[in-house]
Design a protein around this ligand. Structure first.
Ligand code: 5GP
Ligand code: ZN
Length: 115
């Protein structure tokens, strides 16, 4: 838990968000500025700054992020049509919130092959 991290606050219910899934490892909630009809952020419950801060013991957790993304894509009705999973990493990668997250984006045809 990082005191100044908005995603840690969402995980601990100190800040509001539209939560769509939560278990002991991850929390998923809707992005406040969606770029497509479905735009969900899936985050580890523990504070990890970015992919650059991952440790070898985080591998099962990262696998879980992806299977939760698959499940949510099915629930959102976007699995068949396809969707995009993005993890921006660091400033040049476009990361603005420094708590690792997977964007699940779908419900429309993406206009650019990389975003
Ligand atoms: P990044 O740019 O770090 O990959 O993505 C951060 C995402 O978090 C952005 O899409 C932004 O709209 C979203 N975001 C920023 N602050 C909040 C917040 O307080 N609540 C929610 N639900 N999303 C947020
Ligand atoms: Zn955090």
């Amino acid at each position: 838990m990082s005191d100044s991290c908005i995603f840690c606050k969402i995980v601990s219910d100190e800040a509001k968000a539209t939560i769509v899934f939560r278990d002991g490892q991850v929390t998923a909630f809707r992005d406040t500025h969606p770029v497509a009809p479905t735009h969900i952020l899936i985050v580890p419950n523990k504070h990890i700054e970015s992919v650059s801060a991952l440790e070898i013991e985080d591998e099962p957790l990262i696998g879980h992020l992806f299977t939760v993304a698959r499940k949510l894509a099915e629930e959102e009705g976007i699995a068949k049509g396809g969707y995009r999973l993005i993890t921006n990493t660091g400033t040049n990668g476009g990361q603005t919130i420094f708590h690792l997250h997977l964007h699940l984006i779908g419900g429309q045809r993406m206009r650019h092959p990389m975003g």
